[in-house]
Design a binder for this molecule. Sequence first.
Ligand code: ATP
Ligand code: MG
Length: 383
Amino acid sequence: MRVGIVGGGQLGQMLALAAIPLGHDVLVLSDDPGGPASHIAHAIFGKYGDEKILAEFTAKIDVATCEFEHVPQEALQFIETRSPLRPGLRSMAIASDRWLEKEHFRSLGIPTSLFQKVDSVAELKAAIKHLGLPILLKTRRFGYDGKGQRLVRNEKEIEAAFFALGGEPLIAEQFVAFERELSMIGVRTMGGAIFTYPMVQNLHHEGILFCTIAPAPEVPTHIELEVREALCTLLESLDHVGVLTLELFQTKEGWLANEIAPRVHNSGHFSIEGATISQFEAHIRAITGDPLSQPMLRGVSVMVNLIGAVPPREDILAIDGVHLHLYGKSPRPGRKLGHVTICGESWEELLPRLEKLIALVESTQQITALTPPPSQPPFGGEG
Ligand code: ATP
Ligand code: MG
């Protein structure tokens, strides 16, 4: 088949790298001729809203999928009239708007922090009365890597936070004092079969995912089961085909859903080497109608993002059990330039390797504010 990928970033690149050995051709539609995906696949460049470009793209593909959820709605509608789009419009529309997403959680009985839609300073004040302080104010659309967010700690910060977000439609969310951040990836086939990966733990640095631990250690069984059930409910409610990621907070009382991504996700990169079927392969097999089976972990893995700078390649590659992925992007502060996955048969085997990697990354990225400190077992708790 000819798989069309909307978006030319590293997720598109890794989707293409999974599709090609399965016997597919890949055509990327990108607004950035320098993007990672177009280095390795055929590509068409242009604005996502340009109907001439979209017509050329859809004429050449058998199925379309998106590597990011912020593709303009009109472009998705156009694509859907000419080619199968998987996942479809409904998944894309709900997952690209934080308010619709949270309303959708609520309608399905999935626990989430209290929230309210905000379109004016007066509405923000009313939301604070209802939700209390602190709150996190977020743009409903186009946020990523923690961008488009302001924390409001007290009354004095209300107006500055509102105006800093540029008059966009907003959502106010109660600030969650979470114990840790987790995510779970699931995939649904065209026939409705669902497979999920085990829960993973995510550590962020300055709003950007820094590290994923797979599987997340010591997840209470009831939380793993409840989250899996919520993920299955979400996949079915959206008639979703392909991968869907659920990000959540573990709290003292249980867990709260944070957001969904209708696509492969940074917290699933470990699965390229750390699982029998990677999230990228699972997505391609689901959207092309190929058979799919349950992905299984191969031991334990930790994925570390290379943000803003890349340590010397040879130093990374000298570490046992290491897998390096560079995206071919020019360095810029806060930019994801690549990732490294370290695998092992056990945490005892993996941890010394991880310590070497973290030391290397720290020396180039000046990451200092990680909690828990990377020299400790990275997963807190008693273990
Ligand atoms: P990404 O695209 O990297 O997943 P994002 O920009 O889409 O991030 P969120 O995941 O909603 O946005 O928020 C980024 C981070 O901010 C979260 O991973 C979490 O650390 C923190 N955060 C978000 N919402 C809340 C909340 N209600 N309470 C406390 N912390 C929060
Ligand atoms: Mg997030």
